[in-house]
Design a protein around this ligand. Structure first.
Ligand code: ATP
Ligand code: MG
Length: 424
């Protein structure tokens, strides 16, 4: 039998929540591999085992599993009897399958639950090691092997696995509730969103754009980023909120130096309303202390006062080069650096105020009918839903209108109504 064994780390520690976390993880693994020739086998001794169909594409399965939060690591595995010759042949067959790794060196690590077989673990290791070496030509390295082949002899069967692949870590999507992520199209905010996603939060994305004053480029980037981030949480929603009207109103009444802070406060108000509608419990931004004028502690305090939900800033203490590195690893970086025109730079001076006070800002906002602006922006927001993987899944809007893996399913102009696509 060909299978994959999956180890979870941290969720093993979660006392009373454990059954809930486990069932969530199982469901997420099932959904992520729904079209990849995988069927669920069993939950055993602190790990899961999934069975691979004969035609399963190992690279696809690997890629899917590497995006499921809550998985610590995983490995290709199989089962055989207790006859050593047969076991050796089964292991070699497994190693010969297409998509398998070709390490330069290996070792066998054997364990016996049942000591009756009359052989020591070392005997088993030597015998199997010699067979694998003869068949594959790989070097045996007991100290620092590239692949460790683990063999566990149980009562009447033997379980074996090949090497170890790094999982995404974190907690299963959905166990930590929902967050509303302000997704700009820049480098930082997708990384911030991903960090919260990895901690088990389902992310709802909100993008503010200045179309038609500026081009559609920022919306296309936000859409691409949401599509990519969906590969880790399987379904997502993106709200595209028009912001140009608000900016034009502010142009008439607000001191240019204060505009960035006021824009941000209005973004937070709008985001909070959307968050409440989808039952998200916090706002998330990609802000970093001191990175730009709006990200001083003074200005963050003033901006935070516009929202009553907590504002989470998972990148708050990171350097730019660390964030860039994370963005490259995730694959968001090439999308983020596509040139666009950022809505926050529209009608703002080169040197905005770095230190504002709540009194000063409230004074400046007096000329704006903020409640009406927030309401109008929400009414005009468009919604895009994303799913991954596409096959076998149907969406509300467009049954049959397949547009490739994780492509945006539908854009609905006309505001933010209705509940989110699925319960999480
Ligand atoms: P990023 O790379 O995420 O754009 P940044 O360094 O450019 O960050 P700012 O432009 O000051 O910083 O934005 C700070 C945060 O505010 C962003 O990380 C994002 O969460 C939010 N934000 C800014 N502009 C937008 C926008 N147009 N739509 C949605 N969120 C935004
Ligand atoms: Mg930005």
């Amino acid at each position: 039998m060909r299978s994959i064994v999956i180890h979870y780390n941290e969720i093993a520690l979660k006392g009373r929540n454990r059954p809930y976390f486990m069932s969530r993880l199982v469901r997420n693994i099932r959904q992520a591999t729904a079209d990849a020739g995988v069927s669920f086998v069993r939950v055993l001794n602190g790990r899961f085992e999934v069975e691979l169909a004969p035609d399963a594409d190992l690279d696809v399965v690997r890629d899917r599993l590497s995006r499921v939060f809550g998985i610590g690591n995983f490995a290709r595995a199989g089962r055989s009897g207790v006859d050593l010759e047969q076991l050796g042949r089964d292991i070699i067959d497994g190693l010969n399958l297409p998509g398998g790794r070709e390490p330069a060196s290996f070792r066998i690590a054997a364990r016996r639950a049942d000591k009756r077989h009359g052989m020591t673990s070392m005997d088993i290791e030597r015998t199997l090691g010699a067979m694998v070496q003869a068949a594959k030509g790989w070097k045996v390295d007991l100290g620092n092997p590239e692949m460790t082949i683990r063999v566990e002899m149980l009562g009447t069967e033997t379980f074996y696995s090949f090497g170890n692949e790094q999982g995404a870590g974190g907690l299963p999507t959905g166990v930590s509730g929902r967050v509303a992520c302000l997704l700009s199209g820049g480098i930082d905010s997708p990384v911030a969103a991903w960090r919260m996603m990895r901690r088990g939060c389902r992310a709802y994305f909100i993008h503010f754009h200045s179309y038609p004053v500026l081009s559609r480029a920022s919306q296309e980037k936000a859409s691409e980023l949401a599509r990519l981030l969906t590969t880790w949480q399987l379904h997502s929603r993106l709200y595209l909120v028009p912001f140009a009207d608000i900016q034009q109103k502010a142009l008439m009444t607000v001191d240019p130096a204060l505009r960035v802070v006021i824009y941000r406060r209005l973004m937070f108000r709008i985001a909070e309303q959307i968050a409440r509608r989808v039952r998200a419990q916090a706002l998330v931004t990609g802000e970093v202390v001191g990175q730009v004028a709006s990200q001083t502690l003074e200005n963050m305090t003033v901006i935070d006062a516009a929202a009553s939900l907590p504002v989470l800033r998972p990148l708050i203490g990171m350097d730019k080069d660390e964030i860039v590195e994370a963005a490259k690893t995730l694959g968001t970086y090439p999308i983020s650096i596509i040139p666009d025109q950022d809505c926050c730079t529209l009608f703002t001076p080169k040197h905005p105020a770095t230190s504002t006070s709540i009194e000063q800002i409230e004074q400046a906002e007096r000329g704006l009918d903020a409640d009406a602006l927030v309401e109008a922006a929400i009414a005009a927001a468009a919604v895009e839903d994303f799913k991954f993987p596409m096959i076998g899944l149907r969406t509300r809007e467009s049954e049959g209108a397949e547009r490739g893996n994780g492509a945006p399913r539908a854009t609905e102009p006309g505001g933010v109504q209705g509940p989110p696509p699925e319960k999480t």
